[in-house]
Design a protein around this ligand. Structure first.
Ligand code: ADP
Ligand code: MG
Length: 701
C-alpha cells in the first residue's frame, strides 16, 4: 500500500525506511553503506555473480572454482586437532568424493549429517590435506538449495557487517518491485544522446543486472560485457566525467596572475644553453604560454618519457612567474631528485641573477630558518624542495606558480590539497604537473581528466635506445665483467638493489651487502652507495661524486628511481627486477640512455620466475616506449596499482572497469559535454545518483 506522498516522489526522494522490514537499526546500517534513498539501493550493484545454475559432478571440481554440488554422505567424523576439534564429512556422487570441513559446529550438526543422507552445497573448492574440500559451504540436507533450480546467476553485493546478502537481495528486490509498479526513476540521459544502439532502458538494465533471468546471456554477464552492464557502466563514466567538469569549472572561476613566456630572461637562458629545444619541448611550452596569459589558474599535466627534458620545461615555466616578479616553487617527491633540480636551477638561473633556495625535510635548523625567511620576504624567487614546501609554517610572499615533478603517484586528493596551498592575495597559483610514468589514455581521461594535457613525445637528438637483457642470477659474474668493460671504456654504471620489504633499513642493509660483495670481486672499480637511510648531505655528496665521474659504479636502492640525471652512465643492472612493476622498472631504466652512448639495462632475476613476472620482464625487453608499457601495466595490474596508490579516489567504480570499458570513455566524454550544455539540471542529479562523493562537491547544485 502506498500513500499519496510516496507515489508523488521519485525514488531518489524516498528514504529506504519506507521499504518493508527496514526499521531504524537497519536504516542506520544502510546509511553507513551510503544507501539513503531507494534509488541508492537500485544503484547498489552486484560486484559479481555466483553461478548456481549448474550442478557439478564431483569429478569436475577444480580448486578455486565456486560450485553447486550434491552427493551422498559416506562418513562423518569429529577430528581431534591440536587447536580445536573439527567436523569432517565425506560425500560421494558416483564420480568422485570430496570432504566438507567445519571448524565450528554444534553437536546437533553431526547428528544431522547422517551417513546416506543427500547433501546439497554451494561453495568454493579448495585443496585440503586429504584432497579437494569445501570449508563451511552453504548447505542443505535432503532438499536442493533455494537458488539452484531457477537457471539464473545469483548476484553478490558489496556489503558490510550487519547486512547480509539475503537482506540485500530482499531490499533490492523491493526496490525493483517499486520500479515495475511504475514508480519514477528518472532517465537522466535523454535517449537522443545515448547514441549507441541496442542499449536497454535504465529500468531494464537495472532489472537485468540485479536479477538475471534464465534467458540472460550468462557468459557476457560474468564477463561484465552484457549490454545491461555496459549501459550502466556508461552512465557511471558519464557521471564521473560530469564530476570532473564541475570540479574544473570551480577551479577555473578562480583568478591567477597572468604571465608571459617570451621575456628577456627566457631569451638569456636559452642563449646560454649548449643545445636548442626539441620541437616537442617547444610545443609544450606553447601550451603553457597560452595557459599563463589567461589570468586563470593553469592546471596542466606534462607527460614526457624519461630523458625527454622535462626539467628544462619546468625551469622555463617557472621563469615566467619570476620574470613577472612572483615566486615559483618546484616540488619533487624525493630529496635526491629535489637536490638535482636545485643544482640544475642554480646552474641555469644564477647567471641571470635569480635567487634560488632549497627546502628539504632534513635541512639544518639554521639553513631552514634562512630559507623560510627568504621565502617569506620574497627575496627567494625560486624555491625547490620536497613536500616540505607545503608545510603550514612555509609562508610565501607571492607564490604564483607551482611545478610538481614526477607526481604520478599522487591522486586527485593531493592535487586538491595543493591547490588550496599558496592561496594568497585572492589568487590561485598556476600548477604544472610533470610525470615520466605515462598515464594510460583511459586514466588520462578519468582519474586525470581534471587536468589539461601536453606530451613531450620526442627525445633530444642523438640518443640511442636502451637495449635490455634478461639474465638469471647465476650469471652474476658475467654481468659484473660487463660492468668492468663499460667502465674501461670510460662510462659509468648503476647497480640497483631491491627488496620485498618496504623498509629503508632492510634496503640499506641489502645494498651494503651487495656493495661489499661486488667490491671484493672487482677491487679495481670505484664503488659507492646511495640509499634512503643516508642524510640529504651524504646523498648529495655521493651523487655529486658520481656526476663528476669520481665513482664508477653506484650501488643504489630504488631511491634513484626518479629523475637522476648522469648522462655518462650507460649501464644499469637491476637485481630482482621480478619484484618491481613495469612502471618502476621503466623509471629505473630511464636513468641510462641519457647521453650519446649506446646504453644497456640488465635485468638480473632470481629464478624461477612466476608466469606473470616472466611476462613483465619480456615486455621490458620488447618495449622502449613508456606508453606501451603503461598500457600493458594497466592490463596486468589494474588502475589502482598503476597509479602507485589506491588513493586515487576515482578508481572505485560500482560497475565500470577502466581496462574492460576503455572503449566507452570517449562516448562518456561526449555525452557528458552535451548533457552539461543542453540538460544542465540533470548534471547534479547524475552526480548524486552515482555518488561520486569522494571529491568535494559541496558547492554543487
Ligand atoms: P626528464 O624528462 O627525464 O626529467 P631531464 O629533464 O632530466 O629529463 O633531461 C635529460 C637530459 O637531457 C638532461 O641532461 C638535459 O640537460 C638534456 N636535455 C634537455 N633538453 C634537451 C635538448 N633540447 N637537447 C639536448 N639535450 C637536452
Ligand atoms: Mg625529470
Amino acid at each position: 500500500m502506498q500513500d499519496e506522498a510516496t507515489t508523488a516522489l521519485t525514488l531518489d526522494k524516498q528514504p529506504c525506511r519506507l521499504l518493508p522490514g527496514v526499521g531504524p537499526k537497519l536504516a542506520d546500517t544502510l546509511a553507513k553503506c551510503q544507501l539513503h534513498v531507494i534509488q541508492d539501493l537500485l544503484f547498489h550493484l552486484p560486484f559479481r555473480y555466483q553461478d548456481r545454475t549448474k550442478l557439478y559432478a564431483l569429478r569436475q571440481l577444480r580448486p578455486g572454482m565456486e560450485a553447486l554440488i550434491q552427493g551422498q554422505i559416506i562418513s562423518t567424523h569429529i577430528m581431534p586437532t591440536r587447536a580445536k576439534p573439527q567436523l569432517l564429512c565425506q560425500i560421494h556422487d558416483g564420480t568422485a568424493s570430496v570432504y566438507i570441513r567445519f571448524f565450528h559446529f554444534y553437536p546437533a550438526q553431526k547428528q544431522q549429517l547422517q551417513i546416506g543422507a543427500t547433501f546439497y552445497a554451494f561453495g568454493e573448492v579448495k585443496w585440503g590435506s586429504m584432497g579437494l574440500e569445501f570449508v563451511h559451504p552453504e548447505y542443505r540436507i535432503g532438499a536442493p538449495l533455494p537458488a539452484s533450480a531457477d537457471g539464473c546467476l545469483t548476484p553478490v553485493y558489496p556489503s558490510t557487517e550487519g547486512l547480509s546478502q539475503l537482506q540485500l537481495r530482499k531490499l533490492t528486490g523491493h526496490a525493483l518491485d517499486l520500479l515495475h509498479q511504475g514508480q519514477v526513476l528518472t532517465e537522466l540521459i535523454p535517449s537522443a544522446l545515448l547514441k549507441t544502439q541496442g542499449f536497454p532502458s535504465l529500468a531494464e538494465a537495472l532489472q537485468t543486472v540485479h536479477r538475471p533471468t534464465p534467458k540472460t546471456d550468462i557468459a557476457s554477464l560474468l564477463a561484465g560485457t552484457h549490454p545491461a552492464q555496459q549501459r550502466l557502466a556508461l552512465e557511471e563514466l558519464i557521471s564521473e566525467q560530469l564530476s570532473l567538469q564541475v570540479f574544473r569549472a570551480q577551479t577555473r572561476e578562480a583568478l591567477a596572475p597572468a604571465f608571459a613566456m617570451q621575456t628577456n630572461l627566457h631569451q638569456a637562458l636559452l642563449n646560454n644553453l649548449p643545445f636548442s629545444l626539441t620541437s616537442a619541448q617547444m610545443r609544450v611550452l606553447d601550451d603553457i604560454a597560452y595557459d599563463l596569459q589567461l589570468a586563470k589558474p593553469m592546471l596542466r599535466l606534462v607527460q614526457g618519457d624519461v630523458g625527454s627534458g622535462k626539467t628544462l620545461v619546468a625551469i622555463l615555466t617557472l621563469l615566467a612567474a619570476i620574470a613577472a616578479g612572483w615566486q615559483g616553487a618546484l616540488m619533487a617527491p624525493t630529496e635526491i631528485l629535489a637536490e638535482q633540480h636545485y643544482q640544475a636551477a642554480i646552474r641555469l638561473l644564477t647567471p641571470l641573477n635569480i635567487k634560488v633556495v632549497c627546502l628539504f625535510g632534513s635541512l639544518g635548523s639554521k639553513a631552514r630558518r634562512e630559507a623560510l625567511a627568504a621565502i617569506a620576504d620574497g627575496s627567494a624567487a625560486l624555491i625547490v624542495g620536497t613536500h616540505a614546501l607545503f608545510q603550514t609554517e612555509v609562508n610565501y610572499a607571492k607564490l604564483g606558480l607551482v611545478v610538481i615533478d614526477e607526481q604520478h603517484r599522487f591522486g586527485v586528493h593531493q592535487r586538491l590539497a595543493l591547490r588550496q596551498k599558496g592561496l594568497g592575495a585572492g589568487v590561485h597559483p598556476h600548477q604544472l604537473i610533470m610525470t615520466a610514468t605515462p598515464i594510460p589514455r583511459t586514466l588520462a581521461m578519468t582519474a586525470f581528466a581534471d587536468l589539461d594535457h601536453s606530451i613531450i613525445d620526442e627525445l633530444p637528438p642523438g640518443r640511442t635506445p636502451i637495449v635490455t637483457a634478461v639474465v638469471p642470477n647465476h650469471r652474476r659474474d658475467d654481468v659484473l665483467a660487463r660492468v668492468a668493460a663499460v667502465v674501461a671504456e670510460g662510462r659509468q654504471a648503476y647497480w640497483v638493489c631491491t627488496l620485498i620489504e618496504e623498509s629503508d633499513a632492510l634496503f640499506a642493509q641489502a645494498a651494503e651487502a651487495v656493495l661489499i660483495d661486488l667490491q671484493r670481486k672487482a677491487p679495481d672499480l670505484r664503488f659507492a652507495l646511495v640509499h634512503g637511510r643516508q642524510s640529504a648531505n651524504e646523498k648529495a655528496e655521493v651523487m655529486g661524486a658520481f656526476k663528476q665521474a669520481q665513482i664508477d659504479v653506484l650501488v643504489a636502492t630504488t631511491v634513484i628511481e626518479v629523475g637522476v640525471d648522469v648522462p655518462n652512465a650507460s649501464l644499469m643492472v637491476i637485481e630482482n627486477p621480478e619484484r618491481l612493476g613495469l612502471a618502476q622498472l621503466h623509471q629505473l631504466r630511464g636513468r641510462v640512455g641519457r647521453g650519446a652512448h649506446a646504453s644497456h639495462c640488465v635485468l638480473l632475476y632470481q629464478a624461477p620466475l612466476s608466469q606473470e613476472a616472466e611476462e613483465r620482464l619480456a615486455l621490458m625487453r620488447q618495449h622502449h616506449d613508456g606508453f606501451a608499457l603503461a598500457e600493458a601495466d594497466l592490463r596486468l595490474r589494474g588502475p589502482g596499482e598503476v597509479l602507485g596508490t589506491k588513493q586515487t579516489g576515482l578508481v572505485d567504480y560500482k560497475i565500470a572497469d577502466l581496462s574492460r570499458d576503455a572503449a566507452l570513455i570517449p562516448l562518456a566524454q561526449t555525452i557528458a559535454e552535451e548533457l552539461s550544455t543542453y540538460y544542465p539540471s540533470n548534471v547534479p542529479l547524475l552526480i548524486q545518483r552515482w555518488r561520486q562523493h569522494k571529491l568535494q562537491y559541496g558547492q554543487v547544485g
